[in-house]
Design a protein around this ligand. Structure first.
Ligand code: AHG
Ligand code: MN
Ligand code: MN
Length: 335
């Protein structure tokens, strides 16, 4: 049965011609992500057995406690991407500043920058709940052979050439897009191979699931409060069901398969919400749009927002098209 399915390696080769830049580059990029994903997966899977759960004793630039696995995943992705002669810079949620690769080498012909959230949902590690990795890939805008600059990273989401995530769930999946739809690959851990299990993934236009941290309800803007009440009202196909894992990757993955909306609104104490534009929202927005869904900050398309800093946060509403449009309607009524 499995042997009939296409492997990720075969899929990359078969589809590389549709990549608008040099075809071999895409293969090298996705291959390096695939390799790092397997290494991190191996560690996540035995987290309860080895001394890898718990905090690392440090906080990241955003003041959040770093978990040991945050640091481990960050190191593995950076190491893997550094050694493949394809990436000239990496920005990570866990690093204060971007990391330049071979920046002193004038012959450095590496054209791509990668932005990553190495471990998403890390507060779920200690309790054996799904976590993920999110990645976003751009072509550098500064000339080849010169050091990368902040400009290479502060690009709008609509310039992404590829994006995706790994979900370390009941099974491990790699889901990505290069702008030609979204495909999902499931890892067979016994042989270490990803197989195409979810071709051409699509958000249903409507959904019945809303995902939001309702503990923050009293701090939400009135429009979001009203939308939540709308979801709970008995009328037509409502009430909707509430599902919130607290790992964006896992909540997004479920909503894409079943139909739903993920929301991280602004907050009376946190005027831009929590999620990071470059490492979380843009890659998820690219995937959502490629899967017939939508991603917005309540007013503007996420991928049209001009980034001003690496660790910038934005309110995030993402998922089934009609649901995102409905929450936008409620928000805009009040502002
Ligand atoms: P990270 O672990 O990379 O810091 O991201 C956690 C994010 C996201 O995955 C999740 O949906 C959200 O934070 C949960 O936040 P709350 O605990 O505030 O609901
Ligand atoms: Mn995250
Ligand atoms: Mn993270």
């Amino acid at each position: 049965m499995l042997l009939k399915k296409q492997t990720l390696g075969e899929f990359i080769i078969e589809n590389q011609a549709s990549f608008k830049y040099t075809s071999g580059e895409l293969s090298r990029l996705i291959n390096s992500i695939r390799l790092a994903a397997k290494v991190v997966n191996h560690e996540v899977n035995k987290a309860g057995l080895v001394d890898i759960i718990g905090t690392a004793g440090d906080t990241n630039i955003q003041g959040e406690d770093q978990q040991k696995l945050d640091v481990y995943a960050n190191d593995k992705f950076i190491q893997t991407l550094t050694n493949r002669n394809i990436v000239c810079g990496i920005a990570s949620e866990e690093e204060d500043d971007f990391v330049a690769i071979n920046s002193q080498d004038e012959n450095n012909q590496n054209k791509y920058v990668v932005l990553i959230d190495p471990l998403d949902g890390s507060s779920n590690i200690d309790v054996n709940v799904s976590v993920g990795t999110i990645f976003s890939i751009y072509r550098r805008v500064t000339p080849l052979g010169t050091p990368v600059t902040i400009e290479d990273f502060l690009q709008k989401g609509n310039q992404q050439v590829a994006a995706g995530y790994v979900v370390y769930g009941t099974s491990t999946m790699l889901v990505y897009t290069t702008g030609h739809g979204v495909n999902g690959f499931t890892l067979n851990p016994a042989i270490g191979t990803f197989y195409l299990s979810h071709p051409n993934m699509q958000f249903p236009e409507d959904g019945k699931i809303y995902s939001v941290n309702e503990g923050n309800y009293i701090h939400f803007p009135q429009g979001v409060k009203d939308y939540i009440k709308y979801c709970q009202m008995e009328e037509g196909d409502r009430p909707y069901t509430s599902r919130y894992i607290g790992s964006l990757v896992s909540d997004f993955h479920r909503n894409m398969i079943k139909g739903g909306i993920y929301m991280y609104p602004k907050h009376s104490k946190n005027s831009n919400g929590k999620l990071r534009l470059l490492y979380e929202c843009n890659p998820m927005a690219f995937l959502a749009e490629q899967a017939n869904g939508k991603a917005s900050n309540g007013h503007t398309r996420i991928m049209d927002i001009e980034p001003t800093e690496l660790h910038q946060r934005v309110p995030f509403f993402c998922g089934s098209k009609n649901m995102v449009e409905k929450v936008e309607e409620f928000i805009q009524k009040h502002e």
